[in-house]
Design a protein. Structure first.
Length: 174
């Protein structure tokens, strides 16, 4: 006796109601909680041939802009300008932070004496954090008393690394 199976061709219905409910709730939630990233860029200047040649010349032209070099060390800042005999150290504050405010005040005084100078070179030790470098660049670029009272200091920033004793010895030997 043969058993006959009944084959029924029923089409399966795809129920997307629960998926649509999930999307209706999830999409607004994600849009409201999304962090919109604001990118800002800093324009940096690489030392050009004219600037490098001027750095090696020993001209005492009083009208020439200063060649300021700010070194960022683990134990503080060091500001140097060889022609005007400016050499100033800014040690760490009591809470072991770099003293950006004292640096900013000193740069403001220098800018008031030499308004034509717009360039500064930042030299950083390898272990200096990115945040400290950006903080220092902010302090070098402008003096901010309030939102309305902003004085531009040195907007043309060149960056490099502090020469290590090994590199200085190689340069003096070779």
């Amino acid at each position: 006796m043969a058993i006959r199976r009944r084959v029924t061709n029923q089409e399966a219905e795809l129920n997307v109601t629960t998926f649509m409910n999930l999307m209706v709730v999830l999409i607004p939630f994600l849009l409201l909680n999304a962090v919109f990233v604001q990118m800002s860029t800093l324009t940096l200047q690489l030392p050009d041939e004219e600037q490098a040649a001027a750095a090696h010349s020993n001209s005492d032209d009083e009208d020439a802009p200063l060649r300021l070099v700010l070194s960022i060390h683990a134990d503080g800042y060091e500001l140097v300008e060889r022609r005007q005999d400016i050499k100033q150290r800014f040690p760490l504050t009591e809470n072991q932070q770099h003293d950006g405010e004292a640096l900013n005040q000193t740069l403001l005084a220098i800018k008031q004496k030499h308004p034509a100078t717009e360039r500064i070179t930042l030299l950083s030790e390898p272990q200096i954090s990115y945040e400290l470098l950006i903080y220092t660049m902010d302090k070098v670029r402008a003096h901010i008393k309030s939102a309305e009272d902003v004085t531009e200091l040195f907007p043309d920033i060149s960056i490099g690394s502090v020469p290590t004793p090994e590199l200085e010895q190689e340069q003096s030997n070779g």
